[in-house]
Design a protein. Structure first.
Length: 203
């Protein structure tokens, strides 16, 4: 039984990390002042949020049996956050693209922006926490296994997001002369992710 639970958690972690993976690629593409520390900060942030949301959902699920109110607005919150960030990236990139400067100013790493991305890409993980109560029903030390489960999800998200950053950095080198193009592409991808989250939430 425990092996089936672990397998379910691993598959959930991989599924949940896909949005963070796509955002990590975008960040790797557009941020031009990345060093090793900053490159690790992004997947770490995404991993922490992907682990934190399920454990929050787990304890909320223990206190309440139905969470219909949040279910109606969670996808709108994620949509608004990613739409804002993506729209700003497109606006900034387009403004630089039409400027007369010979050397365009590259986008600088922004930790507050990464935090917002972490929240937006992990909101759906809250509902994995709600389901953990049912998944772990009948298991001894339920709360211990809940923490182990979210730890697995966080580690998976960190690893996949780190790969995303590396891919993004390599792709971004193709736009080294035109940082604004990479920023516009990244903004479009973020808006696409926002639409995906919204559509999935409405269906």
């Amino acid at each position: 039984m425990l092996w089936s639970i672990v397998l379910s958690v691993v598959l959930s972690g991989i599924s949940l990390s896909m949005d963070a993976f796509a955002v990590s690629i975008c960040d790797g593409m557009v941020y031009r002042n990345l060093n090793k520390r900053k490159a690790v900060v992004m997947p770490t942030t995404f991993g922490i949020f992907q682990a934190a949301m399920p454990i929050i959902g787990f304890y909320i699920g223990m206190a309440f049996h139905q969470i219909d109110a949040f279910d109606a607005v969670d996808h709108w919150i994620a949509f608004a956050l990613l739409l804002f960030i993506g729209g700003k990236m497109i606006f900034d990139g387009a403004r630089e693209l039409i400027s007369k400067q010979e050397e365009l100013q590259p986008k600088q790493f922004s930790f507050p922006e990464v935090l917002v991305q972490g929240v937006a890409t992990s909101i759906d993980a809250l509902f994995v926490g709600f389901s953990l109560n049912a998944m772990l029903e009948g298991v001894n030390n339920v709360q211990v296994w809940a923490w182990i489960s979210v730890g697995i999800i966080g580690v998976i998200t960190f690893a996949i997001s780190l790969v995303g950053v590396i891919i993004g950095v390599k792709v971004g080198k193709l736009f080294r002369k035109k940082a604004s193009i990479a920023e516009i592409v990244g903004g479009v991808v973020l808006i696409a992710i926002a639409l995906k989250i919204l559509i999935e939430g409405l269906l």
